[in-house]
Design a protein around this ligand. Structure first.
Ligand SMILES: [Zn+2]
Length: 407
C-alpha cells in the first residue's frame, strides 16, 4: 500500500470508531448485532471496534436478561459516569469552572473574579486556577479526559488560538496548546456563543435539528449557526457577530467604532441604558433609576408598566429585523433564544414573530418555531459540548484509545 492508502485506512478506522462510540453514546445500551445494523458495518468490524473501546475504558458491557430466560444478552453502554472533564468560561470579568461527567452532569463548580487584563497575567491566572481546581475536584472521577474552555472572543477552535478578546489583551495567542502542555491534558477552545449552540444541538433544544440558529442576548449579542449538523464557521473560524449589524444608521456609537449596531440597542447594558435615559427625562414608570436591573425591568413590563414595555418592544423590533435577515440567509428549522430578557417571552415573541412574518420569505418562516434555548445562562456547558464534539469528530477519541508514551 502507498502512504496515502495507509493514511486512508487509518482515517476510515477513526471515522468508524467515532461512529460506533457515538451510536452507543446516543442510543445505548446496544447489542453488537444492533450496532452492526445501525452503523451498516460488518459484525467483525463491530467486534474489533468494541473491543478497542472496551480496552480503552470508554464503554462497558452490560448483561441484559432475556424475557425467555435464556443466555443473557450483552449490551454495550458508555462509561460516562466515571469519565469526565473540566469545562470553563472566561467571561469579561470572571472565570467559571465546572467538573462534568461525560453524561453532562455537573459535579462541582466554582467562579473567581478576573481583574487582570494583560496577556501573561491572564494566562498565569487561568493556568493556576485550572491546576488548583483539578487538584481539588479531579479525584471525584476515575479519569479526566480533557479541558474545554469558552470565551466571548474570536477563537480558532482547530488551532486553539485566541485572536481577540473583549477587555483582555489576548491577541494571536495559541492558548489551547500552551495550557495543554502545562496541564498534561488535551485542551479545546471555542467562542462561547458558538459552543452554546453546539450544546443545544448535542443535549439541548436543538437535538435532532440539522439547521438551527441560537441568538443569545447578555452583555453582548451573538449567534451560533448550526448548518447541516455542524457549527458554521467562516473565515478565521468566526461567524454570527450579529451584534454588529447596523440597524440604526444614526444610532448610538458602538464599541466597534460604527454607529447604531444591534448591540447598541439589544444587549443588557444597552437596554438598561435606554431605560435610565427615559427615566431621567421624567417619563412616568414604576421603575427606580437607582436600582435598575433586567430582572426589575422585566417584572415592571409584566405588570404593565408602559415605559418598561416600550423599551423591550423597541429592542424586540430590532432583534426581529435581524432574525428575519438570518432566516432569509440560512433557512433554519428552528430559532432558539437565550438571555435574561427572554423571561418576557409574552411581550417579545409577538413582536419577533411579526418582524419575521413581514421580513422573511413565507416558505422560510412557515412552521418555523421560535423557542427558548435549554441553557438560558449558558455558563460552562459550552466547554462540555466542545469535548463531546471532540470525541465524536476529532482526534480525542483516538488519543484516548491509544495511550501515548508520555502517559
Ligand atoms: Zn458594533
Amino acid at each position: 500500500m502507498t502512504l496515502s492508502q495507509v493514511a486512508n485506512v487509518e482515517q476510515v478506522k477513526q471515522v468508524n470508531s467515532a461512529l460506533v462510540y457515538r451510536l452507543i453514546n446516543e442510543q445505548g445500551p446496544l447489542s453488537r448485532v444492533r450496532l452492526a445494523e445501525l452503523s451498516a458495518l460488518a459484525p467483525a468490524s463491530i467486534t474489533k471496534l468494541s473491543r478497542q473501546l472496551l480496552e480503552a475504558g470508554l464503554i462497558r458491557e452490560l448483561e441484559e436478561s432475556t424475557p425467555t430466560g435464556g443466555r443473557p444478552a450483552i449490551a454495550l453502554a458508555c462509561q460516562d459516569e466515571t469519565l469526565g472533564l473540566v469545562a470553563g468560561r472566561l467571561g469579561r470579568d470572571r472565570l467559571q469552572l465546572s467538573l462534568y461527567n461525560l453524561k453532562g452532569e455537573e459535579l462541582a463548580n466554582q467562579q473567581w473574579p478576573v481583574s487582570v487584563t494583560e496577556q501573561q497575567a491572564v494566562m498565569d491566572q487561568l493556568l493556576q486556577t485550572l491546576g488548583d481546581f483539578i487538584a481539588q475536584y479531579g479525584q471525584r472521577l476515575q479519569r479526566l479526559i480533557a479541558v474545554g474552555l469558552t470565551m466571548p472572543g474570536l477563537i480558532d477552535p482547530q488551532q486553539g488560538m485566541v485572536f481577540y478578546m473583549p477587555r483582555y489583551q489576548l491577541r494571536e495567542l495559541a492558548l489551547g496548546p500552551w495550557l495543554a502542555e502545562r496541564l498534561g491534558l488535551p485542551v479545546y477552545l471555542g467562542n462561547d456563543t458558538r459552543a452554546h449552540a453546539l450544546a443545544e444541538h448535542l443535549i439541548g433544544a436543538a437535538q435532532g435539528c440539522h439547521d438551527a440558529i441560537l441568538v443569545s442576548v447578555h452583555q453582548g449579542t451573538g449567534a451560533g449557526i448550526l448548518s447541516n449538523g455542524r457549527i458554521f464557521l467562516g473565515k478565521n473560524s468566526n461567524v454570527g457577530e450579529i451584534g454588529h449589524i447596523q440597524v440604526e444608521p444614526f444610532g448610538q456609537r458602538c464599541h466597534c467604532g460604527n454607529f447604531g449596531c444591534l448591540e447598541t440597542i439589544v444587549a443588557n447594558p444597552a437596554i438598561l441604558g435606554r431605560t435610565a435615559q427615559l427615566l431621567a427625562q421624567g417619563h412616568p414608570s414604576q421603575l427606580a433609576a437607582d436600582n435598575l436591573t433586567i430582572e426589575a425591568l422585566c417584572q415592571a413590563a409584566q405588570a404593565g408598566d408602559p415605559l418598561a414595555r416600550h423599551v423591550l418592544e423597541h429592542a424586540a423590533e430590532q432583534l426581529g429585523r435581524t432574525l428575519a435577515i438570518m432566516v432569509n440567509l440560512f433557512n433554519p428549522q428552528k430559532l432558539l433564544l437565550a438571555g435574561e430578557i427572554m423571561q418576557c417571552r409574552d411581550i417579545l415573541w409577538p413582536v419577533l414573530q411579526r418582524c419575521i412574518d413581514q421580513q422573511s420569505l413565507p416558505s422560510f418562516h412557515q412552521d418555523l418555531p421560535i423557542e427558548l434555548a435549554r441553557f438560558q445562562h449558558a455558563g460552562t456547558i459550552g466547554g462540555y459540548a466542545l469535548i463531546k464534539r471532540a470525541l465524536y469528530e476529532s482526534d480525542l477519541l483516538q488519543r484516548l484509545m491509544t495511550p501515548s508514551v508520555t502517559e
